[in-house]
Design a protein around this ligand. Structure first.
Ligand code: 6PG
Length: 269
């Protein structure tokens, strides 16, 4: 049911998911370096990517990725200060940015500490427009966007039933109210996610098995499953799903291990 450029790779466990994701980032970064360009990497929040960030900060990735050319952005952030336990920036800083000694000018974080989340969204949108030197109406093309998926089908901070966020087509960054948690969040919008050269969605854990089956094999219903909105128009979409999360998928369509490479299937909704 996904976009034509969608690849679904089932991996054994979270460790393999981490290693495959790190390798994909390495290869994407190398191709940008070959074009002598900076590499823009959008980090995800949540717990799944923590192991990936730690892995990227260690060899072989520490010494094979040209980190001096990488600029870090975020897909979403909580409305908290950067040192708060819930901060996506804090997680990335502790596991990746500090270990790699990434310079401040390469770190473009959402300022969750601002009094109103809408201010943080507006400021981040300005920062993106300025950094990409965007013309009016244009969207930034990030090289790699990392995303997770909640058991409710959300991604970034695009949550089910949040029509204002799910249907946003003009803004780059918004600050939706998330009823489920009774908080505001700051998030990139679907058009920005879909402008990326590559999106990698990390899905791990048995609690996501039913949702990922509905998302990949069920009807296209982005109000119910906002992660279905992720359909890069001119980019690659790679799903990395570990065995516990993939256990309900129609297994004949996916290779069991990375040795068999990626399966790609596509069909329009
Ligand atoms: C966040 C994330 C969110 C996350 C999913 C999956 O800020 O929490 O951006 O979209 O990716 O909730 O989280 P886990 O990886 O913890 O399951």
């Amino acid at each position: 049911m996904g976009p034509k450029n969608q690849i679904v790779r089932k991996v054994a466990d979270r460790e393999e998911l981490t290693n495959v994701a790190a390798q994909e980032i390495l290869e994407a970064a190398r191709s940008r370096r070959n074009q002598c360009e900076d590499f823009t990497l959008v980090l995800s929040g949540g717990s799944t990517p923590k192991g990936l960030y730690t892995c990227l900060a260690q060899d072989p990735f520490r010494s094979t990725i040209a980190w001096e050319h990488v600029h870090f952005f975020w897909g979403d952030e909580r409305h908290v200060s950067p040192d708060h336990q819930e901060s996506n920036y804090r997680t990335a800083h502790e596991t990746l940015l500090a270990p790699l000694a990434i310079p401040q000018e390469h770190i473009h974080r959402m300022k969750g500490e601002l009094p109103h989340a809408s201010e943080a969204a507006d400021q981040y949108e300005r920062e993106i427009v300025e950094w990409f030197a965007l013309q009016p109406g244009r969207k930034p093309r990030f090289d790699v966007i990392l995303l997770g998926m909640g058991a409710d089908g959300h991604t970034a901070s695009l949550f089910p039933g949040n029509a204002g966020a799910v249907d946003e087509t003009d803004r780059l960054v918004i600050a939706p109210w998330v009823e489920k948690f009774g908080v505001y969040r700051v998030t990139l919008t679907p058009p920005v996610l879909n402008e990326a050269a590559m999106v990698i969605i990390l899905v791990s854990g048995k609690e996501k098995a039913t949702t990922i089956k509905n998302v990949l094999e069920g009807a296209y219903d982005p109000d119910r499953f906002p992660v279905q909105l992720v359909r890069p128009s001119q980019g690659k979409l790679l799903w990395l799903i570990d065995q516990p999360a993939a256990r309900s998928l129609s297994s004949d369509r996916f290779p069991v291990s990375m040795d068999q490479g990626a399966s790609s299937f596509s069909s329009d909704p």
